[in-house]
Design a protein around this ligand. Structure first.
Ligand code: TYM
Length: 356
């Protein structure tokens, strides 16, 4: 890894099997960036505990996520693959950044509002008064939104800034979190002098927003109650075919990627991102054909792309010693860079250096 290369940092939560959205919006693109950038790929277990979780599942999912990363083409010889909790600095920097983040900014985050809504909370726009109301109502209902959920984007900003990343490849749903990270970097630089690179989002045009197969107006998500809505990268060919053949399509019969055809557009997008054919070429290819033909072909393209991923995963997950050695090396590389940055930030923030 050369010093001259620009740095990318990106992460996913170890909350189960990666979806086609994670794959096309994120991990598949990361794999193509490894020659051109110095890469840090994190598995963010500390983010995963902001919602209800089981420790045993988290442990299992963390190793599984690493094996999935490698199966999708992340190469530990060229990149640092690490677990967030193995590197000191993420939560430390998050604390410092939290002291520069108005609570209102965090309450306005779309993902926070969505997750809080899932817990039964409705947060009105903006004002601090609403925040109090929301906390009080929560207390009355006996439910609560934990402070970690609110702090989630600050920890994410710390993940990125700790490596002084130049670019962050993510799907479209992370755009707002990235914006907050950029604001925090600028705020810190203005307050304490130039320290952080202000990171650029890198959102690949194909696959940036893969939608649910059952409700193509919503993004494809791991936690969808309707499992037919989500393609997982470790699904068997039969499971993949079944889900794609029962995907919701739109009225009419023309195969076009238009706004009034979100279901067809989503299938074309998945095809395009995997086959490399442009959506316009695919529209031409499917002229005169029906939705059934489109689904059959998308199923074949998806199965062909994921079959090798599943085979590689099976071998990787069976070799715990290899996964552990990848994580040891990844943590060492990540810690080295993180430590330097944290020491610099602590000095600027006025913390006295620990006497040696
Ligand atoms: P997570 O775990 O939800 O998702 C991992 C990556 O997959 C992308 N993605 C999608 N892309 C296209 N279509 C979809 N339907 C879809 N669903 C998910 C996400 O945009 C993401 O790139 N907050 C982050 C994890 C994180 C992080 C970071 C990311 C923590 N720290 C630092 C970048 C940098 C998250 O929950 O991703």
């Amino acid at each position: 890894m050369s010093d001259a290369k620009k740095v990318i940092l990106t992460c996913a939560q170890p909350t189960g099997v990666l979806t086609m959205g994670n794959y096309l919006g994120a991990v598949k693109n990361w794999a193509t960036m490894q020659d051109d950038y110095e890469c840090f790929f994190g598995v963010v277990d500390q983010h995963a505990i902001t919602v209800k979780y089981s420790p045993a599942e988290l442990r299992k999912n963390t190793l599984s996520c690493v094996a999935q990363y490698l199966a999708c083409g992340l190469d530990p010889e060229r990149s640092a693959v690490f677990v967030q909790s193995h590197v000191t600095g993420h939560t430390e920097l998050a604390w410092l950044l939290s002291c520069m983040t108005p609570i209102g900014e965090l309450q306005r985050m779309t993902q926070f509002k969505e997750k809080a809504a899932k817990l039964g909370f409705n947060i009105a726009e903006g004002e601090d008064a609403n925040a109090l109301k929301f906390a009080h109502e929560g207390a009355r209902a006996g439910a609560s939104v934990n402070a970690g959920l609110l702090m989630y984007p600050v920890l994410m900003a710390a993940d990125i800034l700790l490596y002084n990343a130049d670019a962050v490849p993510v799907g479209n749903d992370q755009r707002q979190h990235l914006e907050l990270c950029r604001d925090l970097a600028q705020r810190f630089n203005n307050q304490y002098s130039e320290t952080f690179t202000v990171p650029e989002p890198y959102i690949a045009p194909a696959g940036a927003r893969i939608m649910s197969l059952q409700d193509p107006t919503r993004k494809m998500s791991k936690s969808d109650d309707n499992q037919g809505a989500t393609l997982f990268i470790l699904d068997t060919p039969d499971q993949l075919r079944k889900k794609i053949m029962s995907a919701v399509t739109d009225s009419g019969s023309e195969i076009r990627a238009t706004e009034d055809k979100p279901g067809v557009s989503n299938l074309l997008q998945i095809h395009s991102a995997l086959s490399g054919d442009s959506v316009a070429d695919l529209e031409a290819h499917f002229t005169g054909k029906g939705y059934g033909d489109l689904k059959k072909e998308v199923a074949e393209v998806v199965i062909a792309a994921l079959e090798p991923v599943r085979t590689r995963y099976e071998a990787l997950i069976a070799d715990k010693a290899h996964l552990e050695s990848v994580l040891r090396d990844g943590a060492d590389a990540a810690q080295k860079r993180a430590y330097k940055m944290l020491a610099k930030v602590y000095r600027k923030a006025g913390f006295v250096e620990r006497p040696r």
